[in-house]
Design a protein around this ligand. Sequence first.
Ligand code: ACO
Length: 332
Amino acid sequence: MNNVLYRSRISGTGSYLPEGLITNKYLETLVDTSDEWVRDRTGIKHRHKVKDGQVTSDLAYEAAIIALKEANISANELDMILFATVSPDQIMPNTACVLQSKLKAGDCMALDVSAACSGFVYALAIADQFIKTGPLKNILVVGAEVLTPYVNYKDRDTCILFGDGAGAAVVTRARPDDESTIYSHHLHADGEISDLFVLPAGGSKMPFSQEVLDKELQYVKMKGREIFKHAVRTMSKCCKEALDYNQMSADKVDWVIPHQANVRIIQAVADHFGISMDKVVVEIEEMGNTSAATVIVAMDKAIKDGRIKRGQNILLTAFGAGITSGSLLMKY
Ligand code: ACO
């Protein structure tokens, strides 16, 4: 907290999950799996899916208007839009600009943040830095994904995990008497193990071609078991860093909101961290892994149903393709 001009706080949140559902029972008709296996090994009951024509910025728009209303500001008061996603509407223009236009948010700066499932935590940290140093006062931070087009519904390793969804938070300059504030963030990446989770085609390395389609390289590929280990290790490390930095003991944390990738990963992090699952927000059953959206959707749901209250200490943590990871500690 030294050498900063201002502090930031979350003044509003919103989330939106599209209506379509992909149930475990439905996946049983596509691949060799079972509802029991998927619930047992991942904690997921169903994931949401967009309807035809619905794109990432549409989901983000729905979440953003709820967050803006709660923050009691209009879109043209925004100074910046940060859009965390790995499933943009298009590679160009960035989806933050598309959302800016849909929200009629004037000419504020707008950019996408690509850090996979850590994207929302990364973007929230960037927003906090911009508020701290001034002169920006209101930043919209979005985590939104339409992942279902990148999933191979013949690959049982991945098709059971991913879904579509969006969450948004308005980050605002705190008044001097505001108790609620972002304390710190700790972000990391390890590009040496980037091969654990990849989308092979569609970039400059492998532009789309008939061969890409023939080899089904337009879909995500994952080394699930190895990711599992790194996920537990990196999220536990980032949580410890947050507590050490703030000289806070784990019992002072009211809620941990981890990336929702697999309930067993979440349980292992809670064990490592020495925190009861009663203090961990788990929403994976109803939404699966929505990458950059999971943390903010889980947070918004826990705020709206009254679990999270103003004045509580909240620890966000995430990991994702890259491999990226991070934590962010705040008083909500
Ligand atoms: N249905 C039934 N059986 C399956 C399925 C399935 N969908 N998938 C795998 N199996 C089988 C395997 O073939 C294996 O069988 P075998 O023992 O006969 O060889 C057995 O189940 C165990 O397989 P594991 O891979 O060891 O299963 P595990 O318990 O590790 O669960 C899972 C797999 C769910 C993928 C887990 O490893 C996981 O969640 N990993 C993390 C994935 C993740 O988070 N990815 C995204 C990270 S980045 C981001 O979030 C964007």
